[in-house]
Design a protein around this ligand. Structure first.
Ligand SMILES: CC(C)(COP(=O)(O)OP(=O)(O)OC[C@H]1O[C@@H](n2cnc3c(N)ncnc32)[C@H](O)[C@@H]1OP(=O)(O)O)[C@@H](O)C(=O)NCCC(=O)NCCS
Length: 250
C-alpha cells in the first residue's frame, strides 16, 4: 500500500497557501483540489473563510511531522476497514477503565464508526484515527454540541496499549488543538476542554504537555465517574493565526 500520508502531505502542500491545513472530503484517489471545487448535490455548506464555500460533507486529514525517534502520524477519519483494530484496542483494561464507551464486537465498532461519520456530516464532532505507518494506533476527537453558546468543545483521545509512552497522544493532541482553535471554520471555537479522572496520571501528563491548563477539580459523579475529575482548558487567545504564542498564559 502506498504511503497515503506522504501523498496527502504533498497535496496539503499544494493547498496550504489557500486553505491552511484543510484538505476537504474523505480523500480517496481523487485530487484534493477537485474535491474542494466539487459541488455536492446535498449536504451542508461550509464557509472556509476567504470567500470560499464548500457544499457537501467535509472531512479533514492532517499530518504530524516525524520526530527524531518516532515516525510521522496521519490523522484521518475512521473507516469501515478499521473495525478489527478498534475491537483489539478496546480489549485493553486501561481503555475499559477510563473510557465510557467500550467496543466489544465488530458490530459495536461498525456502529461507532457510523456515529463518527455522522458527527463529521453534521459538523458537530470531528474524530480522527491516529495512523502510524498505515496502522490505526489511536483516536482523537473534538466534540462540539456540549456548550449551548457553541464557543467550546471537548477533546478526547486514546492510544493502543502497545504504542503508549512514545508521544503519540500528545503529538496528535497538539496538532488537533491548533487546528480546532486556529484554522478550521466549520465550528468556530474559543476554548477546548479536556476532562480526565484525577487518577488517570498519563492523561493528565498529556494535557500538561499540550498546555491545557488545569482549571478546576470536579466532584465524583458515580457510577459513571467514580473519582474526582480534572478539567483542563486551552484557549484560542493563546493562538495567533493558528500558531501558539510561546510562553503565553491566560
Ligand atoms: C492517556 C493516553 C492516551 C496517553 O497516550 P500516550 O500515547 O502514551 O501519551 P504520550 O506518550 O504522548 O504521553 C504520555 C505521558 O504520560 C506519562 N505517563 C504514563 N503513565 C503515567 C503514570 N502512570 N503516571 C504519570 N505519568 C505517566 C508518560 O511518561 C508521558 O509523559 P512524558 O512524555 O513526560 O514522559 C493512554 O495512556 C491511553 O490511551 N490510556 C487509556 C485511555 C485513556 O485514559 N484516555 C484518556 C481518557 S481522559
Amino acid at each position: 500500500m502506498s504511503n497515503r500520508c506522504d501523498t496527502l502531505n504533498e497535496r496539503h502542500g499544494e493547498l496550504s497557501e489557500i486553505y491552511d491545513d484543510l484538505i476537504a472530503s474523505d480523500i480517496e484517489e481523487e485530487g484534493a483540489v477537485s474535491l474542494l471545487q466539487q459541488s455536492a448535490p446535498v449536504g451542508r455548506t461550509f464557509d472556509l473563510g476567504s470567500g470560499i464555500r464548500l457544499r457537501g460533507p467535509m472531512k479533514t486529514v492532517m499530518y504530524v511531522e516525524p520526530t527524531a525517534s518516532a515516525p510521522a502520524l496521519c490523522l484521518r477519519p475512521w473507516r469501515a476497514e478499521d473495525t478489527a483494530a478498534l475491537v483489539t484496542a478496546h480489549r485493553d483494561p486501561l481503555m475499559r477503565r477510563w473510557l465510557i464507551t467500550s467496543l466489544v464486537s465488530e458490530a459495536d465498532a461498525r456502529r461507532w464508526i457510523d456515529d463518527q461519520r455522522s458527527g463529521w456530516d453534521d459538523g458537530v464532532r470531528f474524530s480522527f484515527a491516529i495512523v502510524e505507518r498505515d496502522r490505526p494506533v489511536g483516536h482523537i476527537a473534538v466534540k462540539g454540541g456540549v456548550d449551548p453558546a457553541g464557543a467550546s468543545a471537548e477533546v478526547g483521545y486514546w492510544t493502543s496499549a502497545e504504542t503508549r509512552g512514545r508521544g503519540i497522544a500528545s503529538r496528535a493532541l497538539e496538532r488537533v488543538s491548533r487546528w480546532a482553535l486556529g484554522s478550521q471554520h466549520v465550528m468556530p471555537l474559543a476554548r477546548l476542554d479536556l476532562f480526565h479522572a484525577v487518577d488517570n496520571h498519563a492523561s493528565c501528563r498529556v494535557a500538561e504537555k499540550c498546555r491545557y491548563v488545569l482549571s478546576s477539580v470536579l466532584p465524583a459523579q458515580p457510577p459513571v465517574f467514580p473519582s474526582e475529575g480534572h478539567l483542563h482548558v486551552r484557549m484560542k487567545s493563546m493562538h495567533v493565526g493558528g500558531d501558539m504564542i510561546p510562553g503565553q498564559d491566560f
